[in-house]
Design a protein around this ligand. Structure first.
Ligand code: FAD
Length: 396
């Protein structure tokens, strides 16, 4: 394949992995990021501290030969550890085989490893503090704003947008009538709270599990970090009873946690302080009508199909996008590759979006029903006897 030039907007995990895969094909990649280099400037709070990587995401990292670097950063999670109201715990494995695990990784470390690899690649030109503010697919020109506020026009051959759920490229396509986008917000928000390694060890929390405190209408979860600490996330309605709106002061926060998550409350250092300082994040599912325009602009990752995080698959799906688009570009011209990418990928994106919403119900409520473990045991038996015909949803 002859050398090609591509501009990628967004040096988040999806944009950076895509840059690495395309550069491996001999393409010249310009990777533009609106923020300062996160390896030098600490990022502001907001998105999750750690996330779950699964086989789908790892397969894409493997294609970029990054697994050896990422391996030491991973903590295996072999199943869900449920904490009930009385503090008793029960374990629900993810699958019947030892290999059926998902992996917790620090978002910051993952980004750093990807950016280090991109910065070291001779065919990737990385530019930070470069915000894309507009794209004109007809003229093949994008408008960029640099850190000092200067705006400049830049021509492009092919532009791939991995600029996240609030994508400026998607907005430009919508403004020009080339796509439509609908964000379906969730009525529940989230807030992250850190749990120190010492506190987790004192409570003898097993590290190799995703901990869940399912409480029916809401839940707390905690993912392990490699240093033995955990990052907990509270998912709670914004304004119902109970809801974030009621947790206005330290006393209300303490009382709520003591009543519903007593063991976790013990482990979270300065709970009211963290609660007041950490942002309350919003969640939504994005439905975007067209993922490409003019055969020269394509959307992928959260920019095309942001979902709620309850299957831990948003980034995994974005990484899988990179793998598919890279393979299609191998044998098709850009226009054809972008059209095929959207056609092949959309049903999968819609499926995981719906399953992610369903899984919130399962995590916060379904797992408390004794019939849930009975169903899981039945699914495991069916898989054991008919592996060609039955695969439990979680294994898929
Ligand atoms: P982003 O990570 O949003 O990156 C976009 C990048 O583009 C950023 O660097 C941004 O600064 C840059 N950018 C934005 N606008 C511009 C612009 N105009 N010009 C230039 N650059 C721009 N997924 C999982 O697979 N597993 C999990 O366990 C998981 N947990 C999650 C928990 C929570 C609470 C949330 C909110 C999400 C979770 N996700 C998880 C989803 C995951 O975070 C996203 O799917 C993933 O970050 C998408 O990657 P991305 O690169 O497409 O977008």
């Amino acid at each position: 394949m002859s050398a090609r030039r591509v501009t990628i907007v967004g040096a988040g995990p999806v944009g950076t992995l895509l840059a690495l895969l395309l550069a491996r094909r001999g393409w010249h990649v310009q990777l533009l990021e609106r923020r300062a280099d996160p390896r030098r400037v600490a990022a502001g709070g907001g998105r999750s501290i750690n996330l779950a990587l699964a086989a789908r995401g790892l397969a894409a990292l493997q294609a970029a030969e990054l697994c050896a670097r990422i391996g030491p950063e991973l903590v295996a999670m072999r199943g869900r550890l449920l904490h009930d109201e009385r503090g008793a715990c029960s374990f629900l494995p993810y699958g019947t085989r030892a290999s059926e695990v998902i992996w917790s990784i620090s978002r910051e470390r993952l980004n750093t490893l990807l950016l280090d690899a991109a910065a070291a690649h001779p065919r990737i030109e990385l530019a930070f503090l470069m915000r894309c503010v507009d794209v004109d697919p007809q003229r093949r020109v994008l408008q960029l704003q640099s850190g000092d506020g200067e705006t400049q026009a830049q021509p492009f051959d092919l532009l791939l947008a991995a600029d996240g759920a609030g994508s400026a490229v998607r907005s430009a396509l919508v403004r020009r009538g080339l796509s439509r986008a609908l964000e379906a917000p969730l009525e529940h928000d989230y807030k992250e709270l850190g749990i120190g390694a010492g506190a987790a060890a004192a409570l003898r929390w097993p590290r190799e599990a995703l901990h869940i405190w399912p409480r029916g209408g809401y839940m707390l979860i905690a993912l392990p970090n490699i240093d033995g600490s955990f990052t907990a996330t509270l998912f709670l309605p914004r304004s119902a009873d109970p809801g974030f709106a009621q947790l206005r002061d330290a006393a209300a926060v303490r009382a709520f946690f003591a009543a519903h998550f007593a063991d976790a409350a013990e482990a979270i250092d300065d709970l009211p302080g963290q609660f007041a300082a950490h942002p309350q994040g919003r969640l939504a599912t994005l439905h975007c009508e067209h993922w490409q325009a003019g055969g020269c602009v394509g959307l992928l990752g959260d920019a095309a199909h942001a979902i709620v995080p309850f299957h831990g698959q948003g980034l995994n799906a974005g990484f899988e996008d990179c793998l598919l688009l890279d393979r299609l570009l191998d044998s098709h011209a850009a226009l054809e590759a972008l059209v095929r990418f959207e056609r092949e990928r959309r049903p999968d994106a819609e499926a995981i979006a719906a399953m992610a919403l369903e899984n919130y119900e399962e995590m916060r409520s379904g797992v408390r029903d004794p019939r849930f473990s009975a169903r899981a045991a039945l699914a495991a038996e069916l898989e054991r006897h008919f592996p060609e015909r039955f695969i439990p949803r979680y294994s898929m």
